[in-house]
Structure formats: structure tokens, C-alpha cells
Write a protein that binds this ligand. Structure first.
Ligand code: GLA
Length: 353
């Protein structure tokens, strides 16, 4: 049996998903492919890294295989039966490109196991289990965005999630007069590295200093009272980004793509200056894109420190991209790549190919 698990992009709402904030991600038509069958022993082979591993007891390996092994552990912890399987993985999602290849793998593995074993897991529950796998087993304190987007997305829609209540709704993404694109900068981020966890910690410290238990209760006056300039910037990002997500929702509803684009640029500025998760190469891309009126907006996507840029642009964007890519390659010696964004549904099974 074969399962396809999509990567995700995020229109807006970055670094808000672990701060009780709002997010607007969607799944993309780029997949991790998982083939699974019953077996005597656990066997996993990755075509991408050209390596395999066999095991009986699911123990941590500190390698790519932990996304699979962690799901075995977590499903069992939640009372789901998992018997040995033979699994072959392949992926068209670049790793470290900010498109959530790890969540695609976790959610996909969980879904494939449930299908093999013959039970259904509610998609929200699947997202929660995959999130636990990432946090407790792999050891990255990520928010819930990626696993929710991979499990719950719907074609032609973004997923608006209030990460405080975990309530969500689907928002139509029919962008008549413009399109979404993703540019992979070719700069790999190391999500596991300490910067992501450091930002989370800084947000916790900021809340503590403001004597608040949630960013939902934080006002501009509270932020003004923060004496530590770094904590102030982090908190400022979180509350302004939340406002931008809500404003983007209204702009989408009234089909005002110029406004949507402006919020994307503003989000990038805040991620660059307040949250400090961008990098020189991506800032260069954004500044070059900004010179073209047909580019309505652009910003870094995902955890940051490299990865991809999401772009909202009018039709002739390929031409613009060529010019910007040329300058980028001249300056940094790296070739960026362009992806036409097509929205996807969440993880699904294909029986015969
Ligand atoms: C990574 C994490 C998400 C989210 C983004 C930033 O993708 O896995 O939970 O925090 O970074 O918005």
C-alpha cells in the first residue's frame, strides 16, 4: 500500500503557533511517498538517503529513521497496535527547505501504519501524535502548525488555526488575479539547531517578565514595559504577526490581494528585524523581488535561517524570477529554484499505482 504525505507552506502567521497565536498554512502538491507492507521484522529504507535500518525494539538512533521509530513508539503509547512492517520512503520534498519534510514523514508514517493495521485515527489525533513524536522523541520543541497542516489540509484552501483553542476553519484560496510561488533559496536551515528552541525560550521569558500566561492577553503597553530589548522585539513580532494573520483573512475575504501582499512583506520585515530568523541571502531575494510591482508580496516561510520564500505575484512571475535568480547566483554562487504552488489535501492513500 502507498501513502502520500504532503509538505506545507504557510501564507502568514510565523512563529506564532507555539505562542497561542494564529496561523494560515496549507499543504502543497509535493509529497513524501511511503510504501508499507507487513513483515517479520521492522525494516525501513530511505531512497533519498539511500540507507536502510532494521530493528526489533524501537529505540532512538539520532538519525532520519527517528521520525519513523518515534511514530511507532508514540502510536503504541496512545494504545494503537503496531506490528512489524517493511517500509520504503521516497520524497520530493527538499530537506531543510522550510516545507516541513519531517512533519510530512511523521504524519505519513502514522497514517500508513493505521491503514496497514486496519484502524482509523482521527486526523486531529494523528496530528497530535505526530507532534508528540517531534517534540518528545526527535527533540525539537516545534509548534503544531506542520503536523496539523499535513494531516488536515484541503485542496484550494488554507487552514486557519487558532493554536490556543486548536479550533480551525478552511479558508478558500482562489487567487484569481495572482498566484503563489515558493522559491527555495538553497540555504539549508538546521531546524534542530538551537536557534529555534532559543526563540521559544525567549518568548517564555518575555511572558514571565510581563507577568502574563498567554500572548493572547499581551497588549502594546505590556510590551513597552519590557526593559530587555531582545525580549521586546520577540514579543512585538508575536502580537503584530497575529494581527497580520487576522487582517490577511479579511483581505482574502474581500479579494484584496494587494493588501495580502503588503502583509506578507510586513511579516518578513518583522521576522527579519524583530524575530531575527531571516538570513542575508533571503533578505537579498526579498529586496530584489520588491522592485517589481507585479510581485505583490513575499516573505521567508517556516522556521527560518534559510529555506524558502513564499511569493504572491501576478502572472509573468517566471520572467521576474529569472532576473532575480541571476543576480542571486552571481552574488552567492547558489542557484535558487522556483516552485509553482498547488494546494493539496492532507495525507492520503493510493491503492494501485
Ligand atoms: C517550524 C515549526 C513550526 C512553526 C514554524 C515557524 O516549521 O515546526 O511549528 O513554529 O517553524 O512558524
Amino acid at each position: 500500500m502507498t501513502v502520500y504525505s504532503p509538505g506545507r507552506a504557510n501564507l502568514i502567521g510565523e512563529h506564532t503557533d507555539y505562542n497561542d497565536g494564529y496561523i494560515l498554512p496549507f499543504a502543497i502538491k509535493k509529497y513524501v511517498k511511503i510504501e508499507i507492507e507487513s513483515s517479520e521484522r521492522f525494516k525501513i529504507f530511505s531512497k533519498q538517503v539511500k540507507k536502510g535500518i532494521e530493528f526489533e525494539a524501537p529505540l532512538k538512533t539520532n538519525s532520519w529513521a527517528d521520525y519513523v521509530i518515534g511514530m511507532v513508539v508514540k502510536l503504541r503509547e496512545h494504545g494503537y497496535k503496531v506490528e512489524p512492517f517493511n517500509m520504503v520512503l521516497d520524497s520530493e520534498l527538499p530537506m531543510g527547505a522550510g516545507l516541513s519534510s519531517s512533519a510530512a514523514l511523521e504524519v505519513g508514517v502514522g497514517y500508513a501504519i493505521s491503514q496497514l493495521m486496519g484502524y482509523e485515527i482521527e486526523r486531529e489525533e494523528l496530528a497530535k501524535i505526530a507532534h508528540e513524536c517531534e517534540v518528545d522523541f526527535v527533540g525539537v520543541r516545534c509548534g503544531i502548525m506542520d503536523q496539523y497542516a499535513v494531516a488536515l489540509s484541503k485542496e484550494d484552501h488554507a487552514l486557519f488555526i487558532d493554536t490556543m483553542t486548536r479550533e480551525y476553519k478552511y479558508v478558500p484560496l482562489y487567487l484569481d488575479s495572482a498566484k503563489l510561488y515558493l522559491i527555495n533559496s538553497g540555504i539549508k536551515h538546521e531546524l534542530g539547531n538551537s536557534e529555534y528552541n532559543k526563540r521559544r525560550h525567549e518568548c517564555e521569558l518575555a511572558l514571565e517578565s510581563m507577568k502574563k500566561s498567554s500572548f493572547r492577553d499581551v497588549t502594546m503597553e505590556d510590551i513597552d514595559k519590557l526593559s530587555d530589548p531582545v525580549l521586546r522585539k520577540r514579543a512585538l513580532h508575536v502580537i503584530t504577526e497575529n494581527e497580520r494573520v487576522l487582517k490577511t483573512l479579511s483581505a482574502l475575504e474581500s479579494d484584496n490581494l494587494l493588501l495580502v501582499g503588503r502583509y506578507l512583506y510586513e511579516s518578513h520585515e518583522s521576522l527579519r528585524d524583530n524575530y531575527e530568523v531571516s538570513c542575508e541571502e533571503i533578505d537579498f531575494l526579498i529586496e530584489e523581488l520588491r522592485k517589481y510591482p507585479d510581485v505583490l508580496g513575499a516573505r521567508i516561510v517556516g522556521a527560518g535561517f534559510g529555506g524558502s520564500v513564499i511569493v504572491l505575484a501576478r502572472d509573468n512571475f517566471e520572467e521576474i524570477f529569472k532576473k532575480v535568480a541571476e543576480l542571486y547566483t552571481m552574488k552567492y554562487g547558489i542557484t535558487p529554484s522556483l516552485m509553482n504552488v498547488e494546494t493539496s489535501s492532507g495525507v492520503f492513500r493510493v491503492d494501485s499505482i
